[in-house]
Each structure stands twice: as structure tokens, then as C-alpha cells.
Design a protein around this ligand. Structure first.
Ligand SMILES: CC(=O)N[C@H]1[C@@H](OP(=O)(O)OP(=O)(O)OC[C@H]2O[C@@H](n3ccc(=O)[nH]c3=O)[C@H](O)[C@@H]2O)O[C@H](CO)[C@@H](O)[C@@H]1O[C@H](C)C(=O)N[C@@H](C)C(=O)N[C@H](CCC(=O)O)C(=O)O
Ligand SMILES: Nc1ncnc2c1ncn2[C@@H]1O[C@H](COP(=O)(O)OP(=O)(O)OP(=O)(O)O)[C@@H](O)[C@H]1O
Ligand SMILES: N[C@H](CCC[C@H](N)C(=O)O)C(=O)O
Ligand SMILES: [Mg+2]
Length: 471
């Protein structure tokens, strides 16, 4: 494809790909020069051209000499549109999920349910790119636009027809996942997170609403969890765009969750659909996992799924790595669960999921990530202290911060908690304390296999460490 065809200008330079990092530019690439949080990409335009860039996508006031300047007030958006044209074609069915918590679980369960219906499917998100045969990590929840388009186009080449991806607020704000027609978009919930990046909760919410305002295709479908206080506003955004609407939740119109009762190995649900009630035995514990499964079902229905097959698929979903994963049972007989709760709302959901299964004490071990929203730390401490019987505050990924200061911010909210810095020592102590009727929750790191201290990553996997400490 040449630049003229791609950008609608008179230029026959051959385009060989797209890059947003000048160090990755090779001859024939289009370079996107963006103003970021650490660098101004425009400072690298000269070097990108020297490396062989044939055009630059940048702000109208950027300085570009020698190759066409494709200018736009929102250069990331223009770049995404052009790159999407270049990397096409994509799988026929693509859906996206946003929300503070539950994105990874929902895309992963949607992938599983499509597969059970006979489709070749994939998910893209915090766990990486997952297909029936493979899982490859990308490092970010919503990868950068070039990686994203390459991955989605690569899935098409592999014969995959159905893809569900996570649209994080950072990703939406930075136009990291655009240009691929999105048939349906789901909203799981909204609560505090990422206020290190977004100026306030309104800005955080607005970033998420781009999914419904701009990203989902005209005539597409919005799938909404209606028990969230923000769902009414999301419906307004969806209606403004004229989208089809599928509602899911306790009082929802499309899929209503009539009742829910915990069972030893999962939960038993009564669901209403099309005026009829159905019983469903779900092999996962916790209200939050039921919510995510039902939203996934909404996405499957939105993309042509039959109700009977979808209902049967819900009963067969496999657990998602690091989301209420039972890692081991201690020698004393206490089950140890690993969960990715890293917001106050998620901690509450994880603790409440385990509570019906605890006869003795619920012991919660958690911390908070460094260089991330500091305002969520005390509220996380408060939730853990209020809902658990024993709380141990430890380190998560301190990154560039002093771990003692992160712990002390959590301790401000966590009255009566014990503080043990080393995560392995904290896990060992919880296991030492637990009796046969107790349950241990290790929250915050879920599937992660490393602990980021400074700018180094040290091997650390909560489930593995729990097994070692329990041995
Ligand atoms: C704050 C943030 O989101 N930053 C992301 C963002 O960086 P940025 O646009 O601000 O980039 P920058 O480093 O200031 O550089 C500006 C531009 O100059 C370019 N550059 C820079 C240096 C150079 O030598 N040459 C060059 O060309 C860069 O490629 C970039 O285009 O775009 C980069 C490329 O896409 C990301 O790698 C980077 O993620 C950082 C590392 C990060 O930690 N992000 C986290 C917070 C994140 O995005 N998390 C979300 C949410 C998680 C969730 O809730 O699930 C996620 O989706 O993962
Ligand atoms: N529907 C939900 N409601 C409340 N809490 C939830 C819900 N789904 C998941 N959680 C909590 O959030 C944690 C993370 O879940 P998941 O990874 O699916 O969310 P995510 O939105 O992908 O998170 P991230 O922002 O890190 O990508 C879970 O381990 C659980 O504690
Ligand atoms: N254990 C993690 C969870 C982070 C989740 C991630 N999605 C983010 O906030 O970027 C941390 O805070 O380091
Ligand atoms: Mg995720």
C-alpha cells in the first residue's frame, strides 16, 4: 500500500508499517509523534525521518521537514485510523469491555463461551493475548496501538473470528485500541482508581465513555451491568449514539439475576430471560464472578449467540487465573485464595465472595502498587479492616516509591492491622496463623509472576509462594 492510497494525498512512497517509538522506525514506516507524559514524541521526528520514516502524524504545530506532515489536533486518533486501514483485515466479530473492575474476567469468559459455541476466539487484556492454544503477554492491559492492531490482524490470520478486548481508561484516553470495528461494548462497573493519571473521577468516567461515544460502531450494542450507580449515565451515552442496549443485573430487562445462593463449590443462580426463569449452577464463587459471567453472556448474545447454548456455556466456564484462584490448602486445613483486587471496591467484592465459605476467621493479606493512585490506599485499608477478621498489610509492587510509606498510607485506614513488609513473610505469617476453619485471601497481585521493586522485576507469584509456605 502506498502513502497516497492510505492518506488520500499525492504521494507514492511505499508504506511498510507504523511506529510510535522512533527507535522502532524502519524504512517506509509512518511515525506517530505524540506528546506523552514523559517525552514529547515531536523531539524525535528528525531521527525518525533519518531512520526511514515516509510520513509523520503529529499536531499541526509540530515541525516536520522533508516528508509529508499528516496533521491533526488529535494526532493519536488520526494515527489509529490510518494504521487500522493498513493492518486490516480483522476478525469479523470484535467486542470491547470497560469498567474499573472485571474487564479481564469478562473478556476471558466471553472468549471461553464463544469457543463453547464453536467459534475460534481470543481475548486481549491484562493476561495478554489468549487463544485456546496459547497465551502471550503484552505488558499492558490495552497494548499500544501498533501492537494492538498487529495482534488483532494476526489473530485473523490464525483463523480467529471472535475477539474480546479490554479497553482500559488509559487505553481509551490515548486512542490505543481504535480503528477495528467494534460490534458491542460492555460496561462492568465504576469506582475509584487511576487518579494518578486522570485529574478527577469525572475525567476518569469520561475516558471510559469514549468507548460508547466513539469506539463502538454505529448500530452496535451496549451491554451494561445495571446494579452499578453509574449505569444510568452509561445508558444515556449509549442511547445518544442510537446503540442497541442489553441490560444485565438484578432488576435488568434483558438478563435479570433473580436470586443467587452460594454452594460449597460455586453458586446457584436463577436468571430471567425472555419472560422465563432458568436455574444455573455456576462453578465459580462470589457475586462479582456471577456479574462478570452474566455480562459475558450479554456480549455473546449481542454477537449472535443463542440463549440455550449461552446458558449452558455459563455453567461450564473455567476459573480465570488469579481471580479467586484457590492456590493451596494449608497443613492446618485453611484454603488460600489468590485474587487481583487492587481497588477498595474489588477488595470488598473479593472478601464478600469468600465470607459465606468461612466458618472461622477470614485473614486478608494485601498491599498497594507504587507510582499508582495513592488516594486509594487508606480506603483499601478501611475496607479490609472492616470486612476481615485479621488483616496483614504488606508490599505489592512498590515500583519507585518507598514501600514503608505505601504501607503506612494503607495502615491509616486499617485499624488493628499488622504490618509485615516482605510479601513472602506476610504470606507465611497468615498461613502460620490460620486454623482449619479459616480462609486466607492474598489480594492485589493475582496472576502476576513478578514483584516490581525500583525498576527491577523479581520473580514472585502469590500462588506459588503460598504453596511453598504451606509445604
Ligand atoms: C501513563 C501511560 O499510560 N503511559 C503510556 C503511554 O506513554 P506516553 O504516551 O505518555 O509516552 P511517553 O513515554 O511520554 O513518550 C511520548 C511518545 O514519545 C515516544 N518516544 C519516547 C521516547 C523515545 O526515545 N522515542 C520515542 O519515540 C513514545 O513512544 C511516545 O509515543 O504510552 C506508552 C506506549 O503505548 C505506554 O507504554 C505507557 O505506559 C506506561 C509504561 C504505563 O505504565 N502505563 C500504565 C499506567 C497503563 O497504561 N495502565 C493501563 C491501565 C491498567 C488497568 O486498569 O487495567 C493499561 O492499559 O495497561
Ligand atoms: N464485577 C466486579 N465487581 C466488583 N469487583 C470485581 C468485579 N470483577 C472483578 N472484581 C475484582 O477486581 C479484581 C480484578 O478483576 P479483573 O482482573 O477481571 O478486573 P480488570 O478490570 O481487568 O482489572 P485491571 O484494571 O487491573 O485490568 C478481581 O480479582 C476482583 O477482586
Ligand atoms: N498489583 C498491581 C495491580 C495493578 C493493576 C493495573 N491494572 C494498574 O493499576 O496499572 C499494582 O498496583 O501494582
Ligand atoms: Mg484487566
Amino acid at each position: 500500500m502506498n502513502l497516497g492510497e492510505l492518506a488520500g494525498i499525492a504521494n507514492d512512497s511505499e508504506v511498510t508499517g507504523f511506529a510510535i517509538d522512533h527507535r522502532k522506525v524502519v524504512r517506509g514506516n509512518v511515525f506517530g509523534a505524540f506528546r506523552g507524559s514523559r517525552f514529547n514524541g515531536e523531539d524525535f521526528i528528525g531521527e525518525a525521518i533519518a531512520n526511514g520514516a515516509v510520513a509523520i502524524v503529529a499536531s499541526p504545530d509540530a515541525k516536520v521537514e522533508g516528508v509529508p506532515h499528516l496533521a491533526a489536533d488529535e494526532p493519536r486518533k488520526l494515527f489509529a485510523e490510518l494504521a487500522a486501514r493498513y493492518y486490516a483485515p480483522y476478525p469479523e466479530v470484535v467486542v470491547a469491555v470497560t469498567g474499573t473492575n472485571g474487564k479481564t474476567s469478562t473478556v476471558e469468559m466471553t472468549r471461553q463461551m464463544w469457543r463453547m459455541a464453536g467459534h475460534r476466539s481470543a481475548s486481549i487484556g491484562t493476561l495478554g493475548v489468549t487463544t485456546a492454544d496459547d497465551q502471550v503477554t503484552t505488558g499492558l492491559t490495552t497494548p499500544d496501538i501498533v501492537t494492538f492492531l498487529n495482534n488483532v490482524a494476526g489473530l485473523k490470520k490464525l483463523g480467529i473470528s471472535h475477539v474480546a478486548y479490554e479497553a482500559s481508561s488509559h487505553g481509551l484516553d490515548q486512542y490505543r485500541a481504535e480503528g477495528v470495528p467494534v460490534r458491542a461494548a460492555a460496561f462492568t462497573n465504576f469506582s475509584r482508581d487511576h487518579l494518578d493519571y486522570h485529574p478527577d473521577m469525572d475525567a476518569y468516567f469520561a475516558a471510559k465513555m469514549r468507548l460508547f461515544d466513539e469506539v463502538v460502531e454505529p448500530g452496535g450494542t451496549a451491554v451494561l451491568w445495571t446494579a452499578d450507580p453509574k449505569s444510568g449515565q452509561v445508558i444515556e451515552h449509549a442511547m445518544k449514539r442510537g446503540l442497541n442496549i442489553i441490560t444485565v443485573g438484578p432488576d435488568a430487562e434483558t438478563i435479570a439475576l433473580v436470586s443467587r445462593a452460594p454452594t460449597p463449590l460455586g453458586q446457584s443462580l436463577v436468571i430471567r430471560f425472555g419472560g422465563k426463569e432458568y436455574k444455573l449452577s455456576l462453578p465459580l464463587i462470589g457475586a462479582y464472578q456471577a456479574a462478570n459471567v452474566l455480562v459475558s453472556a450479554g456480549l455473546v448474545l449481542a454477537t449472535g449467540g443463542e440463549w440455550a447454548a449461552t446458558l449452558s456455556a455459563m455453567g461450564r466456564v473455567a476459573p480465570v487465573r488469579g481471580r479467586l484462584e484457590r492456590a493451596v490448602i494449608s497443613r492446618a486445613g485453611a484454603p488460600v485464595y489468590v485474587d487481583y483486587a487492587h481497588t477498595a471496591d474489588a477488595l470488598e467484592a473479593a472478601i464478600e465472595a469468600l465470607r459465606p465459605h468461612v466458618e472461622g476467621k477470614l485473614i486478608t493479606v494485601f498491599g498497594a502498587g507504587g507510582d499508582r493512585d495513592a488516594g486509594k490506599r487508606a480506603p483499601m485499608g478501611e475496607v479490609a479492616a472492616r470486612l476481615s477478621d485479621v488483616v496483614i498489610v504488606t508490599d505489592d509492587n512498590p515500583r519507585g516509591e518507598d514501600p514503608a510509606l505505601i504501607r503506612s498510607a494503607i495502615m491509616q485506614g486499617a485499624s488493628g492491622a499488622t504490618e509485615i513488609g516482605g510479601r513472602r513473610e506476610a504470606i507465611a505469617e497468615a498461613i502460620r496463623l490460620a486454623g482449619p476453619k479459616d480462609i486466607i485471601l492474598l489480594a492485589g497481585k493475582g496472576h502476576e509472576t513478578g514483584q516490581i521493586i525500583g525498576n527491577k522485576v523479581f520473580p514472585f507469584d502469590d500462588a506459588k509462594v503460598a504453596r511453598e509456605c504451606a509445604a
